[in-house]
Design a protein around this ligand. Sequence first.
Ligand code: C2E
Ligand code: CA
Ligand code: CA
Ligand code: CA
Length: 279
Amino acid sequence: AKKIRGSSYVFFRPAMHNIRSRKALIEESLERNLTSGGLYYCLQPQINGNSGEIVGVEVLARWNHPELGEISPLEFIEVAEETGAIVPLTLYLTESMFAQLKEWKIRFGRSLPVAINMTPSLLANPKFFDSFFELIEKYEIQPQLIEIEITEQAELTYSHGILENLLLCKSKGVSIAIDDFGTGFSMISYLTHFPITTIKIDKSFIQKIGQDKKSEAVLKSLIHLAKSIECDLVAEGVERLEEVEFLKSNDCIIYQGYLYDKPLKVHDFEMKYLLRNYR
Ligand code: C2E
Ligand code: CA
Ligand code: CA
Ligand code: CA
């Protein structure tokens, strides 16, 4: 207990205190120095299992905080979503990535399809999409190279505004993926309400390959569902060859996971996937 102003005592609970001040610090830093304070991204390749070739990358946010060190995106994205900092944060990552694509075109003579994660609050925000499309023009990005991944940290409820924004994306050629498919609130209804082009099957299903017959059966039917509505399919969290064999035999051939690569810093990504393949 700590003595404050003579007579009153306050019980000091270190754990609570730490959690609260950590969150407050993250909130503050998101406000103050989003772009100068260690925010960056890693790139994780998506591989075609038949050809072995890279078919795209996912942009994954990273934050090396000046005081807290590396913070998981699961932690700071949630705070950013609460405070509204998710808008400048996502635009900053998007702009950095677009600048990178433009630079790659000059240095390596090639571009790659890029998937960017977006939370439900962004999807309803027309100002966000105005800026997003301005960036596409500013960096002369082919919209066909861009995919937005709808992450389900919060429930995505149907709204006319979201539908309008997504239809606009699709009309320009931007792909729309559902992330973590199979785990969310009402995934099946998104497929009928929104113009979804890609389904990313959640890693929890992949991990159960060879371990649990029921999950395998569900996984097979998810693959079948995706095919029957002509969606592209990506398997996430692929770690074992056994998983690849199962997925391949069920006609799911795009893989993302540690078996191929973890999310890489840009320089490492360039060395491995752009420089080496440069002809
Ligand atoms: P996610 O979108 O499902 O991203 C995939 C996560 O799985 C990444 O974690 C990635 O590093 C990890 N992963 C990749 N391959 C494997 C594997 O083989 N095994 C396992 N166990 N994990 C694998 P990360 O980078 O920590 O990101 C966590 C989550 O944070 C993301 O999940 C996404 O929901 C969110 N996130 C990350 N960056 C952003 C962003 O820029 N914007 C938004 N809105 N959310 C983001
Ligand atoms: Ca994702
Ligand atoms: Ca995912
Ligand atoms: Ca996720």
